[in-house]
Write a protein that binds this ligand. Structure first.
Ligand code: ADP
Ligand code: MG
Length: 313
């Protein structure tokens, strides 16, 4: 089998929702990733951080109440940096261990990654990205009143805090990621969509936003000239009429078909829609670029064309 360069975007279920869950989840996740490395592929891993960044944000807010010298608000950019570090720590260790268990000698490194956004991105005027824990309607109303945050109802699963989600424009550490990759290392980069920054001359300034990990992974895959963008999530395939009597699972779809389905409103904004959009963007960006959306446990079967939903030109 020909060696492929694969960018893997890990969804929430690959990491669990708290520290003990994460420690266990990354072991399972590492097996799926190691399967792809074992087949000779070059792998770059990116991941979400919704529950984690929310947890850090809430923890820092509580801490500020006990220590008056601590600022009330920890910038979201700092919260994303913290989430990249502790998720990367667990993931790189678990993956390294899994590779050693299989007799594969490869270094695994996490790159704290900043992603530049446009200051004028209209997303700043309309927050859409859910972060943190799910709340009941009553909890959500109380949180809005107490801390002035904005909340939305998230795909029938409860209420969550919502922040601006601007488009990724540039991966600041892309050359570092490429160098590590070309040295044969496995790289974890652009976690949580990357630390959102704007450029002011030579200065990079963190901004209060969360970049969608599916879009950031798409940009990463494009800039690394990857063959595959694999978005691993909680469903094995993408569906038309999802969750209804007319539900139909999709196998191979073209960019044009995917665009039609998006227009018809088959994919929930904030969950499946960004994945299909990212897939379309990646698949449209060059010949032989395929996007795959599937379950973590099915990653290898998906790459080998046996399952999942594939988007191609
Ligand atoms: P992740 O953490 O992997 O980004 P999300 O919850 O954001 O996961 O998105 C995946 C979810 O999208 C699925 O678990 C499913 O509930 C939901 N979903 C919405 N529309 C669709 C669809 N048309 N086909 C499949 N899943 C869908
Ligand atoms: Mg998501």
């Amino acid at each position: 089998m020909k060696k492929k360069r694969i960018v893997i975007a890990l969804g929430g279920n690959a990491l669990g929702k708290n520290l003990p869950e994460q420690y266990l989840a990354v072991q399972e996740t590492s097996k799926a990733i190691a399967d792809l490395i074992e087949e000779g592929n070059e792998v770059i891993i990116s991941h979400g951080n919704g529950p984690q960044v929310g947890m850090i944000n809430n923890a820092m807010a509580s801490y500020s109440k006990t220590d008056p010298s601590h600022p009330t608000i920890t910038p979201l950019s700092v919260c994303v940096a913290m989430s990249q570090a502790y998720i990367g720590y667990d993931l790189q260790n678990a993956l390294k261990e899994e590779l050693l268990n299989r007799g594969i000698k490869k270094n695994v490194a996490t790159v704290i990654t900043q992603v530049r956004v446009e200051k004028e991105d209209p997303a700043f005027l309309h927050p859409t990205k859910p972060i943190g824990h799910f709340m009941t309607k009553e909890e959500a109303d109380a949180a809005v009143k107490e801390s002035g945050i904005q909340v939305i109802e998230d795909a029938g699963r409860g209420y969550r805090r919502v922040v601006a989600s601007p488009q990724p424009a540039e991966i600041i550490e892309i050359d570092t990621v490429r160098d590590l990759l070309e040295a044969g290392e496995v790289v974890i980069a652009s976690g949580g969509g990357g630390i959102p920054v704007i450029r002011i001359g030579n200065h990079l300034k963190g901004v209060g936003a969360v970049i969608d990990k599916d879009f950031a992974s798409c940009l990463l895959a494009q800039q690394l000239d990857a063959d595959f963008l694999i978005i691993l999530t909680a469903v094995e395939k993408v569906a038309l009429h999802f969750g209804t009597q007319k539900e139909t699972w999709l196998n191979d779809i073209t960019v044009e078909e995917a665009k039609t389905y998006m227009e018809e409103g088959h994919f929930a904004p904030g969950s499946m829609l960004p994945k299909v959009e990212a897939g379309v963007k990646f698949a449209s960006s060059g010949d032989n670029r395929t996007a795959l959306i599937t379950l973590l446990q099915k990653a290898r079967d998906g790459v080998n064309g046996k399952t999942g939903t594939r988007i191609h030109l």
